[in-house]
Design a protein around this ligand. Structure first.
Ligand code: FMN
Length: 224
């Protein structure tokens, strides 16, 4: 059994990766029917959320059927991230997830998403601030490192665990790696084997199949 906060999940769970403009409620509904164990919303801008931007607020929507579900937020400013996490918590998801993985220029160049991997002390401070701001478990999704010379994920994983995250998803690419380049799972394995790590570690990147879905559960859901 794997535990995230007080959420129990079966061993080897399948998580639906958050995908902007893809993992909306109808898409998640279908993925849940086919056996997704945990799902996340699309990433939500902290700056948008705290200003009540309708596009951001709408992304908080989910159905009870989707639980356990995490709301994913991103941003470059610690105060805004604290307020956004509190805002997201009021939507009563099961998890608050922080995005430290987005490589898109308009996000990363401001120091949000994977851009924050350039400043590990800030990444740790932001994470600690969010963990302290909410009662829900906080998880993080990030990459192997900022660039080829800074594959810092082993150190980052320890430091984020030390400030209280309850699970970590590692996308096996750097901020600078194109998505056409195969994901590198070797460092994910190193984090997983690190005896200091005790939180669940999820690998991400090039996952194209998995265990067969539980057909009886799908039939039950379809008949509901
Ligand atoms: C269209 C699209 C949108 C994405 N949006 C997000 C997002 O909002 N948050 C996030 O953490 N990752 C996002 N990602 C990254 C995925 O969650 C995942 O890490 C990545 O696709 C894994 O690599 P793979 O495509 O090789 O499996 C997105 C990816 C795609 C293709």
């Amino acid at each position: 059994m794997i535990r995230i906060g007080n959420i129990d999940i079966a061993d080897f769970p399948i998580l639906l990766a958050p995908m902007e403009d893809v993992s909306d409620p109808p898409f998640r509904h279908v993925c849940k029917m086919f056996g997704a164990d945990i799902m996340y919303t699309e990433f939500i801008s902290s700056e948008g959320l705290i200003r009540d931007a309708s596009k951001s607020v709408k992304k908080l929507d989910f159905e009870e059927f989707e639980r356990p579900i995490g709301i994913q937020i991103f941003g470059h400013d610690i105060e805004s991230m604290i307020k956004a996490a509190e805002y997201a918590e009021r939507a009563q998801p099961d998890i608050i997830d922080i995005n430290y993985g987005c490589p898109v220029k308009k996000v990363a160049s401001k120091g949000a998403g994977s851009g924050i991997m350039n400043n590990i002390p800030k990444m740790v401070a932001m994470t600690e601030a969010v963990v302290k701001a909410v009662k829900l478990p906080v998880t993080v999704k990030t990459r192997l490192g900022y660039d080829e010379n800074r594959k810092d994920i082993v150190e980052i994983a320890e430091r984020l665990q030390d400030v209280g995250i309850e699970a970590l998803t590692i996308h096996g690419r750097l901020r600078t790696t194109r998505s056409s380049v195969p994901a590198d799972w070797s460092l994910i394995g190193e984090v997983k084997r690190n005896p200091r790590m005790h939180i669940p570690i999820f690998g991400n990147g090039d996952v194209v199949d998995g265990p067969q879905p539980n057909i009886s559960r799908i039939r039950m859901v379809l008949m509901d």
